[in-house]
Design a protein around this ligand. Sequence first.
Ligand code: URA
Length: 212
Amino acid sequence: MTENPAGSEGLDDARSDASECTRCPLHRDASQTVFGAGPARAWLMVVGEQPGDQEDRAGEPFVGPAGRLLDRALDQAGIVREDVYLTNAVKHFKFERRGRRRIHQKPTVAEIRACRPWLDTEVRLVRPRLLATLGATASQALLGPSFRITRHRGEVLDFSTPGSGTLSVVPTAHPSSVLRTPPERRDEAFDALVADLRVVASHGPGGRAEPG
Ligand code: URA
């Protein structure tokens, strides 16, 4: 794994190293490693759970239905997607085949742990001002297995990662959970995601929480 690279060159090296990752069994069935994407020096890193079916085929994070919902939520919160580095706690798609469909499976603690060095590398290279984690898997990957998103979503919390010291993270719901919410409550779930992302935006360029 790349040790002390800087800027996009370092990210390119890490992406290339990760494309050959065999640290857990998920590489066997997935089409490819889906590494993070976005500016090499983004102020914000958004961390999802794992690539979905469309991301696995495209090799890019958040290009499917959850990504489109995330785009709308970021936009409503005043965050420019092109300014954000998007990645996942686990970088291979985990699924079960049912006929011709590939059904998402939740990654295990061991798989999340095996993938963590890639996330640490991304954090160390991008050096975001803030992270936002989407859903329980990504939040627990950074904040520990006892973290409960229902209790702490939208809060600014500290976590530490090797090589980057202590950083701030705002956990929120996963856009897929908004998509799974029954239609009569979906707008409410979407608005709650936007409200959390507004907390994130307040720490961004021009945000009210920005120092100075
Ligand atoms: N869900 C995620 O958590 N990440 C993606 O990249 C796509 C869907």
